[in-house]
Ligand binder design. Structure first.
Ligand SMILES: C[S@@+](CC[C@H](N)C(=O)[O-])C[C@H]1O[C@@H](n2cnc3c(N)ncnc32)[C@H](O)[C@@H]1O
Ligand SMILES: [Zn+2]
Length: 280
């Protein structure tokens, strides 16, 4: 791991010492927390006191994902890695950028190959803490995807699931053979939930491929669509809390969610894969 993480203050390599500490040649040092994660977000780079998803959203995400509700998406990402991109049984270094509570880093990246080395980063301390506590084989650190403490040309795979993307930073850390995988909502994602809350639904627009700068070549795209049947009010509320709708729901909309205990919801995703443009 020594040549992968770099110091957020001086960009020199971070090396793990015998203690639970990572250190650079200028003696900037970072201790692993008791849960096993590193905080590599300098205080002066924090835009708010507690950036990223809060505890409530992270807990909701974990509850919902652990029920297996998005497992067809996880299987699609894993199949992409093992079959189309041929990483099965291979050594590869992967970063889950905007990893949340870690579900995809473990179930899609780590499970794609026993030899995978998986890193995960998120700007939310709660996200990273929960990921590190549960998935001990992977290394999680707090940082912003806009300025990652990751060495240039180091990654074979970057995965971004429903998280902010920063193409220049992704291009810097991806190696020349590497793949960037971006998962984003497709047209009908969460249609029925929006209809319940707002009495209407505006289909999602998909612009990831169009908006990706020329420094990336589009390699392939897949669409994964499935329905889930929510069978309890608790699950529906967990789903609601992990969507951006939660903070744009009126009191009346919230009551409708609370009073609804069963619903079929369409889950609709684009998985877009890019490589660094060969001429770059
Ligand atoms: C919709 S969640 C997706 C989390 C995870 N990939 C999943 O699908 O379960 C978006 C995540 O991006 C994180 N995030 C937001 N801004 C970020 C930034 N600048 N750098 C890193 N992570 C960020 C949030 O804290 C949150 O965990
Ligand atoms: Zn340093």
């Amino acid at each position: 791991m020594s040549s992968t993480l770099i110091c957020p203050h001086c960009t020199a390599e971070l090396v793990k010492t015998e203690q639970r500490t990572f250190q650079c040649e200028s003696n900037h040092s970072f201790d692993l927390s008791k849960e096993g994660y590193l905080n590599l977000l300098p205080v002066n780079k924090k835009k708010s006191k507690e950036p990223g998803d809060n505890e409530l959203m992270i807990a909701a995400r974990r509850e919902f994902l652990e029920e297996g509700n998005y497992d067809p998406l996880v299987a699609s990402i894993k199949d992409l890695l093992t079959q189309e991109l041929r990483f099965e049984k291979k050594d590869f270094l992967a970063l889950d950028a905007g990893c949340g509570e870690g579900y995809y880093s473990e179930h899609a990246l780590k499970k794609a190959s026993a030899k995978a080395i998986v890193l995960g980063t998120d700007i939310s301390k709660y996200a990273v803490k929960n990921a590190a506590k549960k998935y001990k084989n992977n290394l999680y650190f707090v940082s912003s995807i806009y300025n990652m403490p990751v060495a240039s040309d180091s990654m074979d795979v970057i995965l971004s699931v429903f998280s902010p993307i920063k193409p220049t930073e992704f291009k810097r850390i991806l190696n020349h053979k590497g793949f960037l995988i971006v998962v984003s909502p497709a047209e009908n994602h969460m249609k029925q939930l929006a209809e319940l809350i707002y009495n209407s639904f505006r289909p999602h627009e998909h612009k990831i491929v169009e908006e990706m700068p020329d420094s990336f070549d589009h390699y392939l795209s897949k669409r994964t669509t499935f329905d889930i049947v929510i069978k309890s009010s608790a699950t529906l509320q967990a789903l609601h809390k992990m969507t951006p709708y939660y903070y744009n729901t009126s009191k009346e909309g919230q009551e409708k969610v609370t009073n609804c205990s069963t619903m079929k919801v369409t889950c609709d995703f684009h998985i877009s894969v890019f490589k660094k443009a060969s001429a770059q």
